[in-house]
Ligand binder design. Sequence first.
Ligand code: FMN
Ligand code: ADP
Length: 316
Amino acid sequence: MKVIEIHHPYKLEQIPQEDVVLVLGFFDGVHCGHQEVIRRGKAEAEKRGLKLAVMTFNQHPSIVFQKIQPETMKYLTTIEQKERRMADLGVDYLYIVEFTSAFASLAPQEFVDQYIVGLHGKVAVAGFDYTYGPREIATMANLPKYTRNRVEIITVPKQMTNDKKISSSEIRELMAAGAMEEVASYLGYVYEIEGTVVHGDARGRTLGFPTANIKVPSSVRLPRKGVYAVKIKVAKTWYLGMAQIGRNITFEPGRDVTVEVNILAFNQDIYGEQVAVEWHHYLRDEVKFTGVEGLIAQLKQDQQDTLDYFKEKSDD
Ligand SMILES: Cc1cc2nc3c(=O)[nH]c(=O)nc-3n(C[C@H](O)[C@H](O)[C@H](O)COP(=O)(O)O)c2cc1C
Ligand SMILES: Nc1ncnc2c1ncn2[C@@H]1O[C@H](COP(=O)(O)OP(=O)(O)O)[C@@H](O)[C@H]1O
């Protein structure tokens, strides 16, 4: 897959000179609904012997339209995660357009001329609610008016599970509730974050439960605070772990939220490693203990609960 980063206006030499099926969307999370749209594009591309291109943005349009501060936006996928999932879905060209005011102010006709026809889109595929300008006029229903027979248009209807629309906002709500199994069923994979192992207060080892403190970019959306059964990938190997997203309230009231993972049956120095954490199951809320004994007893219980959870899952 070739990644093409675009800053409006693009340079002609950036655009591959071949016809493509072009799939449009922001695709935060690349969830089951998104996957369906992209698979539809892939099928159309294969049918016609064309390459598959996807156009997404470097940041969410609401940063420009609703004047949201970029650092407060929390995403389900980083650009790198999105790229990997797109590559896995068989995308040939991934356009990442910088969502700037200049780009946002394109009229629908300009957008279609420059960013669908101009990117050699012979077929445009998007979800039913895709917009490319003012909500009232820049709809999928109006797209033929602007493409004027130059492009075949395929609108993918909303994808449902249990009578609910699969949407990034629904997934964000489930994340805020810690409902990670449901999150996984909507995403089509277990929610995953990536970060670097940094130094903490070196207290974990004194409790008998060393924890890898994971620094994640501020744009990464974390599940609700609490304790989870997780899997963690260290140097290409996956391990079981128990994690806490919290403030270590027993020791340091008021400190920032940290992500820490005690890796089960593991004893290595991994400071500086890039790791990935899969959030499988919410176990409990963070508790303020009156002494370390209570915390240690609870950590032993968490370890057992984690093992039980994964054992039950593998028995299914
Ligand atoms: C699975 C797990 C559960 C935890 N639960 C709690 C908790 O309920 N209350 C709390 O104050 N700290 C909890 N902690 C955080 C410990 O207090 C923390 O790991 C310890 O202070 C070590 O911090 P350090 O890595 O900065 O040295 C938990 C940590 C893990 C890994
Ligand atoms: N089972 C384990 N789980 C997590 N980290 C471990 C484990 N065994 C050893 N380590 C190492 O110990 C470090 C954590 O020890 P800890 O005392 O909690 O210190 P810190 O406060 O710096 O995180 C980890 O970053 C890692 O390098």
